[in-house]
Design a binder for this molecule. Structure first.
Ligand SMILES: Nc1nc2c(ncn2[C@@H]2O[C@H](COP(=O)(O)OP(=O)(O)OP(=O)(O)O)[C@@H](O)[C@H]2O)c(=O)[nH]1
Ligand SMILES: [Mg+2]
Length: 217
């Protein structure tokens, strides 16, 4: 798509990232894809470049990888999604089609048309986080931990780099609010990851989210 770059942070996503890039190209045309790899020990980088992505590296965690991808893109819009198969190309198309009158489109499990096959524990977590942030910090979207988003790039180039892990998601929402950005929330369906095992560490990331909640309250 003209004026769009797709950014995929990856860590050991061989078997997932190649098919995803091809499917994204089917839904969104030959949109440039930047894979920001966190030091995968499998064939992620090779697979991504064979599928047509530009691969760069960042070993400082998910948040730094996301922000690096945003800086390396040079289009008006940057879409970020998980490379493990949880986020679908069909929903990517939905976010792209919703960009009119928006500066940030949030792919949301928690609005009409959204949902999740993440299992009851995961559903509980995303809802609890949403509830906590809604109560203690003013957020412009309900699904504060969703990593599926379409950003108007220039508004986010000066985002704070305080977050290290997935708490970058509410941190960027708070940034959008400070900038009076127009935020839309669009229903997406969250699937279980494809190949490979989870890098989500509930304790570490839980504390990181609580730290972000404290900063953004
Ligand atoms: N560059 C980079 N990417 C990461 C890092 N950790 C995770 N990712 C990628 O970020 C996306 C989301 O991470 P996941 O491991 O799927 O996190 P999750 O969805 O909470 O957990 P599961 O789906 O259960 O594994 C995936 O594309 C990962 O490969 C990291 O430290 N650096
Ligand atoms: Mg995942």
């Amino acid at each position: 798509m003209e004026d769009l770059t797709i950014v995929l942070p990856t860590l050991n996503e061989a078997g997932n990232v190649g098919p995803l890039i091809r499917a994204l190209h089917e839904k969104l045309g030959e949109t440039p894809v930047i894979v920001v790899d966190g030091g995968s020990r499998d064939d992620t980088a090779q697979e991504a470049s064979t599928a047509g992505a530009r691969v760069s590296e960042n070993h400082n965690g998910y948040a730094a990888a996301l922000l690096q991808g945003m800086r390396e893109a040079n289009t008006t819009w940057v879409m970020v999604l998980d490379a493990d198969g949880s986020h679908t190309p069909e929903d990517a198309r939905k976010l792209w089609d919703a960009r009119e009158d928006a500066d940030l489109v949030v792919g949301s499990r928690l609005v009409k048309g959204g949902g999740s096959a993440g299992g009851p524990f995961r559903r509980f977590l995303s809802r609890t986080l949403a509830g906590l942030f809604a109560t203690f910090a003013r957020m412009p979207a309900r699904d504060v931990s969703s990593g599926f988003r379409l950003y108007r790039r220039d508004l986010f180039l000066d985002a704070p780099e305080t977050a290290k892990f997935f708490e970058v998601q509410p941190t960027l929402l708070a940034h959008a609010r400070r900038k009076d950005a127009r935020v839309k929330e669009i229903g997406i369906y969250y699937n279980p990851r494809g190949k490979g095992r989870s890098k989500n560490r509930i304790i570490r990331y839980g504390f990181a989210f609580l730290g972000a909640l404290w900063r953004l309250r």
